[in-house]
Design a protein around this ligand. Structure first.
Ligand code: GLN
Length: 490
């Protein structure tokens, strides 16, 4: 059962081969056994999960179950959950029990999904290794001396180690796709505006987007389909009909299901920078795509190399504004000893935030300050526009863009601890996609020389989620990289 796909779990639940309570218990017991080593969860909500599972069993018995009714999942701890601790991986929110649910959380509750708990993450979603969490680093289930990726590292590690069949995440610059790649699972970040940000603790609001993790594209399609939908409480939520991504996968069988699909390969992504084993795996996966009927064409993203500098102006600028709300007054950490009000603010923030968060608040405040705004922030916004235009030009020549998700496999815990800029550079292939607001997916495409998973990234045009999921699904129907499991889940 722990390795079953979502459609298999659905069939087992509907046929009463297992109850939702039994299924939740199975995963809760795995969490109890394996989480002390992996640290993928900050909070495990056993009582809440079992209560939700009992309600799901009633719905199944009444014949009113939907696709996700009774299916266990984990939520990244960036999503507010009513009555359950929501920390965002920070000491600042280490005692914060949200009075309401994020939109995503209420949608999944309404669908009857069973939340097992809250997944560990980089503090305020800032990081690529999940080492900046106040609750300690998450370990990669494939090799516990390696990072799982970040910032949604707990969600990705949980799905890879089968502590949960599926999990939610968020992606501001790669935080769904990169940990999916490092943990050997599938992850999708949809078009900006498709998933409501209401109740999703803000890092960089113009880039933040909720996303889905699963073992396969099919599992991601089912989860993402339940997460999208217009929400008037998020001013950037898009008012458009929701799509049934899972149903769209059920095309008739054919030897060349991707006939007619044009995949663009950005010259710049295949230049230097990619490790040899990553390149070999990506080339082999592209051969597989061609065997399925797709054609490949070289495209160019000339400004993509400027994505990281632009992002590290825009994201800190937005974060410095968003995180100003954490002042120790209404909720969150408050220093025990302080003099006047200003002293309380500064001591509470000095104690509540970790080093990476402080670094970004300082950078963001600087680039927004008088005299620097034009030189940095405005310039970065211009680059952002150029990067988005590059993608639009490339997507005139192709339907999807493919390349590696990351330049290397997962690095060792602690390896980049003293070099934040080196860590920033590791997001070279994912960040441009957020700046453009496009959908991106990462799926397993092989293993490196170190035995760690490699991810292939697909990028689509706006609202191209169904096409991304369909391409990855066809690939997964003829390959088994996504079915490989770390030893603890084999
Ligand atoms: N690694 C990037 C950062 O640190 C992206 C994080 C994210 O997508 N939340 O900002």
């Amino acid at each position: 059962m722990i390795n079953a796909s979502l459609p298999e779990l659905r069939r087992a639940l509907d046929a009463r081969q297992i109850s939702s309570v039994e299924l939740a218990t199975l995963f809760l017991d795995r969490i109890a056994a394996l989480n002390p080593d992996l640290n993928a969860f900050i909070t495990v909500d056993r009582d809440g999960a079992l209560a939700a599972a009992r309600a799901a069993d009633e719905r199944i018995a009444a014949g009113t179950a939907g696709a996700l009714t009774g299916i266990p999942l984990a939520h990244k701890d960036v999503f507010c959950t009513e009555g359950v601790l929501t920390t965002c991986g920070s000491k600042m929110l280490s005692d914060f029990v949200s009075p309401y649910d994020a939109h995503v959380v209420s949608l999944l509750k309404a669908a009857g999904a069973v939340s097992l708990g809250k997944a560990n993450m980089d503090e305020f979603a800032m990081g690529s290794s999940n080492e900046s969490s106040y609750y300690g680093a998450v370990k990669n289930p494939w090799n516990t001396t390696r990072v799982p990726g970040g910032s949604s590292g707990g969600s990705a590690a949980a799905v890879a180690a089968r502590l949960a069949p599926i999990a939610t995440g968020t992606d501001t610059g790669g935080s769904v796709r990169q940990p999916a790649a490092f943990c050997g699972i599938t992850g999708i970040k949809p078009t900006y505006g498709l998933v409501s940000r209401y109740g999703m603790i803000a890092y960089a609001s113009s880039l933040d987007q909720g996303g889905a993790f699963g073992a396969s594209a099919e599992d991601c399609a089912l989860l993402l389909g339940a997460m999208t939908g217009f929400d008037e409480r998020d001013s950037t939520s898009l008012e458009r009909p929701t799509e049934d991504y899972a149903a769209a996968l059920a095309a008739p069988a054919s030897a060349k299901p991707l006939e007619g699909l044009r995949i663009g390969l950005p010259r710049e992504f295949f230049a230097e920078g990619m490790a040899g084993d990553v390149r070999a795996a990506i080339e082999a996966a592209l051969d597989q795509y061609r065997a399925l009927g797709a054609t490949t064409v070289e495209v160019s993203l000339p400004n993509a190399k400027l994505a990281i500098p632009a992002y590290y102006v825009i994201a800190p600028a937005e974060c410095s504004s968003n995180l100003s709300r954490f002042d120790g007054v209404r909720y969150g950490h408050r220093a025990a000893d302080y003099g006047d009000l200003a002293d309380m603010y500064s001591k509470s923030r000095a104690e509540g935030f970790g080093g990476e968060v402080k670094r970004r608040i300082l950078v963001g405040t600087y680039v927004l300050s008088h005299g620097y705004y034009d030189a940095y922030y405005l310039q970065a916004q211009r680059l952002r526009r150029l990067i988005a235009q590059d993608f639009q030009a490339a997507l005139q020549q192709c339907d999807l863009i493919a390349g590696p998700t990351t330049p290397t496999t997962a690095w060792a815990l602690g390896q980049m601890a003293d070099d934040p800029v080196q860590m920033y550079l590791s997001d070279i292939y994912t960040i441009a996609v957020n700046l453009a607001g496009l959908p991106g997916l990462s799926h397993p495409a092989g293993f490196g020389a170190d035995g760690l998973p490699i991810g292939l990234q697909l990028v689509g045009d706006y609202f191209g989620e169904a096409r991304l999921l369909n391409a990855a699904h066809r690939f997964q129907q003829v390959t088994d990289w996504h079915a490989r499991r770390p030893a603890t889940a084999a």
